[in-house]
Ligand binder design. Structure first.
Ligand code: UDP
Ligand code: MG
Length: 139
């Protein structure tokens, strides 16, 4: 299944540091169209469920507490080749390894507090988008 859509979150560190506008600008300048968007804060259960795939990893507890520490911006984005192109735009998980010109290189604090989420497959983009948005909220 190829939907040409991906799911993103501007994470609590980037919101706290005042980078919402700058990150959205990079995203739209790169050709992504916003299909759904909300400013919200994850509950403990939402963060645990969203990152359930990482439940056995040593950083899981820290990740959940960070992702619930403040508001986020959640969005569904559309573009040809959305998942792969968005991963290229955001850069490596660890900003010290992220390429010049990427969102994480510019705005992430650390490997944990790394400014943005990007889906890793079309299947997960669909699951993650539906996790955050009702059908009527996608335009
Ligand atoms: N993470 C972390 N330490 C690690 C790896 C990941 O704190 O060693 C956090 C980080 O916020 C990352 C998220 O867990 O964005 C999900 O990890 P993943 O490997 O899926 O990285 P991503 O797909 O976000 O680049
Ligand atoms: Mg991932």
């Amino acid at each position: 299944m190829t939907t040409n859509r991906t799911f993103t979150m501007i994470k609590p560190d980037a919101v706290e540091n005042g980078y919402i506008g700058k990150i959205l600008d990079m995203i739209t300048e790169a050709g992504f169209e916003i299909k759904a968007m909300k400013y919200t804060r994850l509950s403990q259960k939402q963060a645990e469920d969203f990152y359930a795939v990482h439940a056995e990893r040593p950083f899981y507890g820290e990740l959940v507490s960070y992702m619930t520490s403040g508001p986020i911006v959640a969005a569904i984005l559309e573009k040809d080749n959305a998942v792969a192109d968005f991963r290229t735009l955001i850069g490596a998980t660890d900003p010290s390894e992220a390429a010049e010109g990427t969102v994480r290189k510019a705005y992430a604090e650390s490997k944990g507090r790394n400014a943005v989420h990007g889906s890793d497959s079309d299947e997960n983009a669909d699951i993650e988008g539906k996790f955050h948005f009702a059908f009527e909220e996608i335009h």
